[in-house]
Design a protein around this ligand. Structure first.
Ligand SMILES: *Cc1c(COP(=O)(O)O)cnc(C)c1O
Ligand SMILES: [Zn+2]
Length: 445
């Protein structure tokens, strides 16, 4: 793979390029964001058809490392990482669920939900983490790193993923969590993997400020999506979606967003496909935010190109409770290039959307609820049309959010009218009583 090449460059376009194994998180010239750029010309040695064929041949195979949806596209991701340094849990290759019944309810024939939460640690974060930890493993073995301690600020899923990949690689991990703002499953995941968990008396933005300073001092290696290695892995979700439609492009992709790294990643994936001739046209993007934490929505509604940081209020969609999104400039570029929109969902709307979707066979996390609620609004307004093909990205597994699910069905969520609550019926072990309850149920169905 020597002919393929990827390096860090300044996102704003300053001169200079840096190897991916260098612990660098900001442009040394302007202090702005970095991006991974690929030499596209060598990649043209295969035609678009040949790339599709190669990716299809590798799709979910047992041959290491191609069982991974990410490493099956390694030439487009991190071409210099060698097999022995790859730290993978067979991430990617997740189900694209046909939302047939839910789509019918809203007058949409072609609704699909990309279940990124059906992954090793239960969220899409695994797609990026495999790349970051693999590059770190290679850098460590080359002696290119000062510190081996991987560290992130997290709203729960990044830390779970980093801890798992760090443990798989045998690298030390420290995570900074906002105290009391992650689910029980998300808290126990890094603990179980032996990471050092620091619960800080602040929110995500506060944790992010601390980890940035630790990284600046060289005390840790930064594993947040400010580090563009994460984005390189996450961009494969765009390629997977198109691949799962036999290389047809959908009309819309709806993405629940907080720090906005995934929005940037989605665009990076589609852009690379476009550059190499695999994409007929750009899909449209909907960045879906919680109304409680909506800095991108505010910027978009005001027609502004820059995102003003806000104080994010508490939201059930805890993984996107972010007021100062690190990747805002990257996401703004994605919105422009994808003719994008930004929509928001209230707490009531996201809870209703989850409950409604779950009744059609999905099992949605609250962030997916945000995306679905935004879909319902765009459909009602006719911005999404009846015959369009829509993909909702489900970012995490509903099983991580049991408190939310139970709270809803027991009608214990503050301020939420749980109109689809479904609590257990307690009965004595009496056949007649159960039979008559079932008869009643059948009569109502
Ligand atoms: C991280 C995360 C998001 C937000 O992704 P960003 O890249 O921060 O915008 C959304 N949903 C879930 C479940 C997440 O873990
Ligand atoms: Zn720069």
């Amino acid at each position: 793979m020597a002919r393929y090449r990827a390096v860090f460059r300044c996102f704003a376009g300053c001169d200079g390029e840096y190897p991916l194994t260098q612990p660098l998180y900001r442009c040394p010239r302007c202090d702005g964001l970095l991006q991974v750029t690929h030499d596209v010309d060598p990649l043209r040695d295969r035609s678009a058809t040949a790339w599709m064929k190669l990716f299809d041949e590798r799709w979910m195979r047992t041959q290491w490392p191609y069982g991974s949806g990410v490493w099956g596209k390694r030439e487009w991701v991190a071409p210099d990482v060698t097999d022995e340094n790859i730290v993978s849990t067979n991430e990617g290759g997740t189900n694209l669920f046909w939302g047939e019944r839910l789509g019918k309810e809203i007058g949409l024939r072609d609704l699909w939900v990309k279940l990124c939460g059906n992954s090793h640690t239960g969220s899409f974060k695994d797609l990026g983490m495999t790349v970051l930890v693999s590059v770190v493993q290679q850098a460590v073995r080359q002696g290119a790193l000062g510190t081996r301690v991987l560290c992130c600020a997290s709203t729960g899923d990044t830390s779970a993923s980093l801890a798992a990949y760090g443990a798989a690689a045998g690298l030390p991990v420290a995570v900074l969590l906002p105290r009391g703002l992650v689910s029980a499953a998300q808290l126990v995941q890094p603990l179980a993997h032996g990471a050092r968990v620091f619960a800080l008396e602040t929110d995500f933005d506060g944790c992010m400020a601390v980890v940035k300073e630790l990284a600046r001092r060289g005390a840790v290696y930064l594993a947040n999506s400010m580090n563009p290695l994460r984005i390189e892995g996450q961009k494969t979700v765009a390629i997977e979606i198109v691949q799962q439609f036999d290389w047809e492009t959908p009309d819309w992709v709806i993405l629940p967003s907080g720090n906005l790294g995934n929005a940037a990643a989605l665009y990076a994936g589609f852009k690379m496909m476009q550059d190499l001739g695999l994409l007929a046209r750009m899909p449209r993007l909907c960045v879906a935010q919680a109304a409680q934490a909506n800095p991108m929505y505010r910027a978009f509604a005001a027609g502004k190109d820059t995102v003003e940081p806000i104080h994010a209020e508490a939201t059930l969609a805890s993984a996107i409770q972010i007021g100062n999104p690190v990747s805002a400039p990257r996401a703004m570029a994605a919105l422009h290039a994808m003719d994008g929109v930004v929509e928001q969902a209230t707490e009531q709307e996201l809870a209703d959307a989850c409950a409604r979707a779950d009744r059609t066979g999905l099992y949605t996390c609250p962030h997916t609820g945000v995306a679905l609620a935004c879909l319902f609004k765009l459909r009602e307004r006719g911005i999404i049309e009846a015959d369009q093909r829509v993909v909702v990205v489900s970012t995490a597994n509903g099983l991580k959010f049991t408190e939310f699910k139970v709270g809803y069905h027991e009608q214990r969520l503050a301020g939420i009218a749980a109109t689809r609550a479904n609590a257990p019926v307690v009965l004595p072990p009496d056949v007649e009583r159960v039979a008559s309850a079932i008869a009643e149920m059948a009569a109502g169905a």
